[in-house]
Design a protein around this ligand. Structure first.
Ligand SMILES: Cc1cc2nc3c(=O)[nH]c(=O)nc-3n(C[C@H](O)[C@H](O)[C@H](O)COP(=O)(O)OP(=O)(O)OC[C@H]3O[C@@H](n4cnc5c(N)ncnc54)[C@H](O)[C@@H]3O)c2cc1C
Length: 99
């Protein structure tokens, strides 16, 4: 969305919460994770029609030697810090079993 559209949406919400007489903001700053060349996105997400089995595909080890962790590998808590953390523990346990 264009900045003006975002601002209008946000102001509508704020007016719903605090009344229509609230002042207009003097400035607005919003993140643009998708177009930021250093992030190119924010959260992993499933494309329409995809199912959670993609998490298992991403997490699948290579030759029982290279193991993967991270929020995109978590079926239960995709796109969260705790999903990433728990997947790291699971990957570490897999490494321990493989040696
Ligand atoms: C704006 C925002 C708000 C969020 N809020 C919440 C929240 O409130 N609660 C919550 O649970 N989660 C939240 N999340 C999600 C959470 O931050 C992520 O799910 C979590 O950080 C993912 O951890 P990760 O270790 O899988 O990946 P990351 O934290 O992305 O770590 C991956 C690391 O790999 C590094 N890397 C990438 N490519 C390479 C390379 N080629 N070589 C070496 N290093 C590389 C990156 O620099 C990065 O440090 C939020 C995310 C965003 C963007």
């Amino acid at each position: 969305m264009e900045d003006a559209e975002v601002l209008e949406l946000v102001m509508n919400d704020l007016k719903g919460m605090f009344g229509t007489s609230i002042p207009e903001p003097v400035a607005m700053k919003k993140t643009s994770w998708h177009t930021n060349p250093y992030s190119l996105g924010s959260y992993p997400h499933l494309k329409p029609g995809a199912d959670l089995s993609v998490c298992d595909t991403i997490a699948a080890p290579l030759a029982d030697k290279v193991f993967f962790a991270g929020d995109a590998t978590s079926r239960k808590y995709m796109a969260t810090a705790h999903g990433a953390y728990l997947s790291g523990i699971a990957a570490a346990e897999s490494i321990m079993k493989s040696v």
